[in-house]
Design a protein around this ligand. Sequence first.
Ligand code: ASP
Length: 344
Amino acid sequence: MVNRRKFIHASAFGSLGILFSKMAAGNQVPFTIKGKPVVISTWDAGLEANKAAWEILHKGGRAVDAVEKGVMVTEASQNCCVGLGANPDRDGFVTLDACIMDEFSNCGSVAFLERIKHPVAVARRVMEKTPHVMLVGSGAQQFAVAEGFALEEQKLSTQAQAAYEEWLKNSEYKPPVINIENKNGHGPFAPLKLSNGEWNHDTIGMVAMDAQGNMGGSCTTSGAGFKMRGRIGDSPIIGAGLFVDNEVGACTATGQGEDVIRVAGSHSVVELMRQGLSPEAACKKIIERIVKIKKSKAKDIQVAFLALNKKGQAGAFALHPGFRYAIKNGDKEILVTSKSWFNE
Ligand code: ASP
C-alpha cells in the first residue's frame, strides 16, 4: 500500500516523524507545527514536492520560488494525476490548470492549458510578464510557447491511456466524486489508477513561509479525470484553490472544485484566520459551510483545505477521511492525516 509505505518512509526522519506517522496511521491527528521556513502540500506526492521546495527555502530563498519549483516535481511525474501524465478529459485530451501567488498579492493563473509540461511556471510568467492574472486555453498555450515553453507531444501516458480505455467502456458522465477513499475505491471521476493497483490524486496545492517570514502558494492539477471538455475547477482560481495574504497566511484546496469555488474556499479560510481562528479551525468552518450548502449531497464529494498562518502553524480539515498532507521544515518531513467532518 502506497500510503503505508510512505508513512514508514516518513518515519525515517526521526522520532517525531515516527510519532506522527503512527498517529497518522490512525484516524485523526491533532497537529500543529510552528516555525519557519516551512512548506506544506496536499496528498502523498507532497513529500517529494516539499523536498524540492526545501532546496530553496533552506538557503533563504523566497517562498514563491519554492512553491513553484516544488510542484514542478509533481507536474513532471508520469505517475501522478498532475501534469501531462494525468487522466484526460472525456474527449481524450489532458488539460491542465495552475496558479501561483506571492507575498505582494501578485498572482498568475492558467487554465485549460494543453501540451505544456509545467503549467505552474506558465502561471508565474503570466503573473510577472503580463498585466493580467489569468490566461486560458489556446491563448495560454500561445503565451507559453512565446515564452519559450516546449509544445509537448499530444500523447497519453501509458497509465492514463489504460484508464481512459477503461472509462470509455461505459463513458459514464456523472457528477464528479473526487478523491473519496472508501472500501469501494474512488468514484466515477477517479484519480489515476497506477499499474500496481494504487490510486493517485489529481492536484497538488502547496503553501510555504520562507526564512524572512514571507508567504507564497501554488496549485496545479489536471482537474477531474474524464471531465467535460473545457471544465475548470477551483485549482487555477485565485481565492478558490489558492489564496495568500502575507499579513495573515495562506490556504490551498483539493477535492471537488465546483464546491470550493461556491464558497470562495481558500480566501474564506484566510479571512477566518485573519479573525483569529487557527488554520485547522478556519478550514473546518469552511467545510461546515459546504456541508450546510450541499446537505445530504455532502456525502458524495470530497473537499479538503490546507492552511498555514503567519506564526508558521499548519492545519487542515476535510469532508471525508483519507486526506493527507505533507509538511517539511528544518527537522521534520512527514505525512499527516487530516481530521474530517464525516468519519465513516
Ligand atoms: N480541485 C481539483 C478540481 O476540481 C481536483 C482535485 O483536487 O483533485 O479540478
